[in-house]
Design a protein around this ligand. Structure first.
Ligand SMILES: [Zn+2]
Length: 87
């Protein structure tokens, strides 16, 4: 037998509700609006963010958006700093 909990019966009543709390590929909440590189407008926003970051912080050398390889959701920005950081 399975273990029963409240979620089990919630799902039983309404299979769609709360079936996937987080995406399996990158563990993100599907209900939260997250930028997605597969979306042209989102991609532009990601680029703009990178540009702004480079302009605002002179110690930032490069910035690379890390997206989920499966669904394209933006997970984080990988930032490298230049030598100014340690001066
Ligand atoms: Zn994903």
């Amino acid at each position: 037998m399975d273990i029963f909990d409240r979620d089990y019966f919630k799902k039983k009543k309404n299979p769609k509700a709360g079936a996937h709390k987080y995406t399996e590929c990158c563990d993100q909440d599907p209900d939260t609006k997250i930028l997605n590189k597969n979306n042209k407008e989102d991609l532009e926003q990601i680029e703009n963010h990178c540009e702004k970051h480079l302009l605002d912080y002179s110690e930032v050398e490069t910035i690379q958006p890390i997206c989920c390889k499966v669904c394209g959701r933006l997970i984080e920005y990988n930032i490298t700093l230049n030598e100014k950081t340690w001066k």
